[in-house]
Ligand binder design. Structure first.
Ligand SMILES: *Cc1c(COP(=O)(O)O)cnc(C)c1O
Length: 367
């Protein structure tokens, strides 16, 4: 069977190891998954009775997502026509590539960054220009310099996955002002809720001035609804209309729409998750400093950490001791790992295991 040639060159997304798989492999009773930046505190209690609220399964979902759309538009103080929903923000990434990228044009992004930008861009046959981050931060001037007449889309991930660093407010607007206005700028804010308030880019207030800006957010991370798959994009309504052409007609399920509507109203849950994350993250950062393992700044629920032996070896050691983290060799970072900040007790236990590993490494160096 014949496919686009590029399909033979790409591999499917490799998910983090599944809990059941690891339990069996190492005969462990308990596994802690810190590999996909999920919320270790779950999701709002208001969803405990979701089964009594969901509409009939035999009926198609509302393809317009009207209820959630109305509530979000009001909350974000934008027009309903400025929203597009996706089966996770992943699907909106795919829609952007489908609508705006094709052979002969190019797209500019950081490296390392969220791998789905590149993956989908390549499927559409566009050239990908990757600009290395500087200490985990986007090299915005480097990215501007890379833009040429053939550039259709630029990806900014803030805070950036996997580095955790957020783009400073001033730099973001300097970038937007210098970027040609026929280039689509995608600002992926999957970790928006974890941002320090002061560093919020106020993107929505300024949206009317930048008709080429698309902001992506998701219910998967801080809201804890990764398993339901729902995210959204915010932009000028003309841009949204283009994405609406390429998206599937019933791309978000009725349950996901309902759950997101309920979840978005529980601000206390988000505030609690964010403050606990912050406290546990600071404690873990102090621990890393005590053993001299370097990490990047992070305004997220994960840390990008340099390891004294290869990231894959650290990954294997932690796996054998019941912790799944993310090695980053596939993203071009062989001596780094990404660890999601888990709950208090799991992170204390992880510290003990990393300490053992670090002592072993030191012993080996000395012998
Ligand atoms: C997790 C993540 C996404 C995808 O989230 P979904 O809404 O679950 O598809 C998008 N961008 C970044 C940077 C992420 O980390």
């Amino acid at each position: 069977m014949d496919t686009k040639q590029i399909i033979n060159e790409l591999t499917p997304y490799k998910p983090g190891k599944q809990i059941q798989e690891v339990k069996k492999m190492f005969g462990l009773d308990r596994i802690v998954k810190l590999a996909s930046n999920e919320n270790p505190f779950g999701y709002t209690k208001k969803l405990d009775n979701l089964n009594t609220l969901t509409p009939s399964f035999e009926v198609y979902p509302d393809g317009y997502t009207a209820e959630l759309r109305g509530a979000l538009a009001e909350r974000l103080n934008i027009d309903e026509s400025q929203l597009v929903f996706g089966n996770g923000s992943d699907e909106i990434v795919q829609s952007v590539c489908r609508a705006f990228l094709y052979p002969g044009v190019n797209t500019v992004m950081a490296v390392p960054t969220f791998p789905q930008y590149k993956h989908n861009a390549r499927i559409e046959g566009a050239d990908v220009k990757e600009i290395p981050v500087i200490n985990g931060y986007h090299d915005l001037q480097g990215m501007l310099d890379a833009i040429d007449k053939k550039t259709n889309v630029v990806w900014l991930c803030s805070p950036n996955n996997p580095t955790g660093c957020a783009i400073p407010h001033k730099d973001f607007y300097t970038f937007l002002d210098k970027c040609p206005d026929d280039v689509l700028v995608v600002l992926d804010e999957a970790y928006y809720e974890y941002l320090d308030e002061k560093k919020d880019l106020d993107t929505l207030e300024n949206l009317p001035n930048y008709k080429n800006l698309l902001v992506l957010r998701t219910f998967s991370k801080a809201y804890g609804l990764a398993g339901l798959r729902i995210g959204y994009g915010i932009a000028d309504s003309n841009l949204i209309a283009k994405l609406d052409v390429v998206r599937g007609p019933f791309n978000t399920s009725s349950i996901a729409q309902k759950a997101a509507l309920i979840a978005m109203k529980d601000d206390a849950f988000i505030a609690d998750s964010v403050s606990r994350n912050k406290r546990i993250k600071q404690d873990f950062q102090q621990f890393l400093e005590s053993i001299d393992w370097h990490y990047y700044d992070s305004e997220t629920n994960f840390l990008f950490i340099s390891t004294p032996i290869s990231g894959n070896e650290v990954f294997e050691y932690l796996l054998q001791h019941g912790f799944i983290v993310r090695p980053l060799e596939g993203l071009g970072c062989p001596n780094e790992i990404r660890i999601t900040i888990g709950n208090e007790s799991d992170m204390k236990q992880l510290q003990t295991i990393i300490l053992q590993l670090n002592n072993k490494v030191i012993e080996e160096i000395q012998s």
